[in-house]
Write a protein that binds this ligand. Sequence first.
Ligand SMILES: Nc1ncnc2c1ncn2[C@@H]1O[C@H](COP(=O)(O)OP(=O)(O)O)[C@@H](O)[C@H]1O
Ligand SMILES: [Mg+2]
Length: 245
Amino acid sequence: MSLIVAENISKDYQVVATKVSKDYQTGEVLVRALRDVSFEIEPASFVSFVGPSGSGKTTLLNLIGCLDKPTQGNLTVVGTDILKLDRHQSAQFRGDNLGFIFQDFNLIPVLTVFENIEYPLIIVKNTAAGERRKRVMAVLEAVGMADQKDKYPDQISGGQKQRVAVARALVSDPKLVLADEPTANLDSKTAYTIINLMKKMRDELKSTFIFSTHDQKIVGEAEIIYSLADGELVDKQVKGGKQNG
Ligand SMILES: Nc1ncnc2c1ncn2[C@@H]1O[C@H](COP(=O)(O)OP(=O)(O)O)[C@@H](O)[C@H]1O
Ligand SMILES: [Mg+2]
């Protein structure tokens, strides 16, 4: 046991969660959304957290995404102890290291496809115009949406919107991409396409991808699958027999 711990510490993990718990207090009611969750995620992994509604997936992704803090436990993301960051530092950390993909795409309706992807480079990164154009076009090509760049979100399909959202998440070259139920609003064929696009981008960019889903079919596309039930981590499956940890 002590040997395993020593080995884990020496590795360069992207996420290390140690006995992470999260409680929500609403009035008199205490909800234990996560209980003593521990895991490590290696760089360039393609990982899924699966579980039914209410099992704690969004809570966990929000903690990894530095949008909220654990009630108890330790959480290191991209080598940073996220409990030590204040609000301002958390925002900076997210902009520098993380990309987000959402269930409902979260595109800005008044901006074109191109402008939606460019937006984080303007507000977070303050990238110069020429460089912005180069990077936006590169990610648009990568997700197969370059020819749609001047359209508005309401002129493209759900699958195309999620391609744009994948491009937007990747434009700032994040080390870690978090996607909370990215396929929940897509038909199953498009869902597979999006998950496999994410996997292709992982192969090319070597970023780590973590997605959540309640869909048992989609989760099979992940290489490492963690199962959540009632806020507890109840199973870990590693595809291809490459068991790590
Ligand atoms: N902001 C909140 N306040 C109170 N309870 C919450 C809040 N967010 C989530 N919960 C509760 O925490 C549990 C886990 O929720 P969630 O992380 O959203 O699960 P999932 O994403 O798997 O559906 C649920 O019981 C949910 O009702
Ligand atoms: Mg959720």
